[in-house]
Design a protein around this ligand. Structure first.
Ligand SMILES: O=C(O)C(=O)Cc1ccccc1
Length: 314
């Protein structure tokens, strides 16, 4: 398998920062690709061993292009996640610093996070969506637009000047990136793990969403993201992306998956992997491994000679 890593490029994206953070030792060759589907295609073709894509932002929510591309893939697993603090600068060609800014290019997720600043400072400018913030910076260097909104590092990569720094409407935004691989086993549990699922519920079934949520609620599993996305099959046909803070091999998660599989039209498993913040979510006593094991032992014991009292919990 290739040891190269594809990432949403070109050079200078936030995704590159996430990729370097994951490839701490710089052991892998990094391959910038223009779009998320291109990263997944390189993975499927075996041209790279892993792909890093933006997934979710603390201000703007999920990255729809990533969810869409993942919905269309087969056999891709999330094996890790990385968190990157994002900061945005307005980049211009140095020789153009005094010219009026009529066009500003950036990634839609970045545009959404600087909307207030743009409305105040450049109310007349046309905002042009690009495939990434660094692609926007590169296009400014090529003369296609007057300015780009990108990471400060993109200024260095493309010889641009920072006309304004720290322009996000909300400070401290964090983006979550996922590392994808194909045909690999699930990494072992660490005690602070996340599982990503896509569940397709039966349409026109009252209570179907409540039933889905109940699979987690009764087993003491905390959800960190729940997102409805259209299936594309027709109005009212929805599927749900779920991030749950438990590992596939934990009894409470295994049982929740059994429940989902029984009650949903389809369930796709996108992986169990360590949480980047390494924060372990407390497990309620009724849902921890020992309690599940004790309960299972009790059920097994029932087929033997009559028991006079129930088990103690531990
Ligand atoms: O375009 C980039 O630099 C990306 O990596 C995608 C992105 C865009 C805006 C916020 C976070 C990630």
């Amino acid at each position: 398998m290739s040891s190269r890593i594809a990432y949403l490029g070109p050079e200078g994206t936030f995704t590159e920062q996430a990729t370097r953070q994951w490839d701490r030792e710089g052991a892998h060759e990094l391959l910038p690709v223009p779009t998320v589907p291109a990263a997944l295609a390189a993975l499927a073709a075996g041209e790279v061993g892993a792909a890093v894509v933006p997934f979710e932002n603390s201000v703007e929510g999920s990255v729809p292009a990533t969810l869409q591309a993942l919905q269309e893939t087969q056999d891709v697993r999330i094996v890790a996640e990385e968190l990157v603090r994002v900061q945005f600068s307005l980049l211009v060609r140095p020789e153009w610093a005094q010219r009026p800014i009529r066009t500003v290019a950036t990634h839609p997720h970045a545009a959404a996070q600087v909307r207030g600043w743009l409305a105040g400072e450049l109310p007349e400018a046309r905002i042009v969506p690009e495939t990434s913030t660094a692609r926007a910076a590169q296009a400014v260097a090529e003369g296609q637009y007057d300015a780009a909104i990108a990471a400060p590092g993109a200024a260095r990569a493309y010889g641009l000047a920072e006309a304004a720094e720290q322009i996000a409407d909300r400070e401290g935004a964090v983006t979550r990136f996922v590392v994808l691989r194909a045909g690999v086993p699930v990494p072992p549990p660490t005690g602070a793990d996340r599982t990503t699922l896509l569940a397709l519920i039966w349409a026109n079934r009252p209570g179907a969403l409540l039933e889905l949520l109940d699979q987690f609620a009764v087993r003491g599993i905390d959800l960190t993201r729940l997102e409805s996305r259209p299936t594309g099959e027709g109005l009212g046909e929805y599927q749900f992306w779920i991030d749950a803070t438990a590992h596939l091999t934990e009894a409470r998660m295994t049982e929740a998956l059994l429940g989902l599989r029984r009650t949903c039209r389809d369930v796709r498993f996108f992986g169990s992997y360590p949480r980047a913040d390494t924060r372990a979510t407390p497990v309620p006593e009724h849902a921890d491994e020992q309690t599940y094991a004790a309960a299972a032992a009790w059920v097994r014991s029932l087929s033997g000679p009559a028991v006079t009292s129930g088990p103690s919990r531990r």
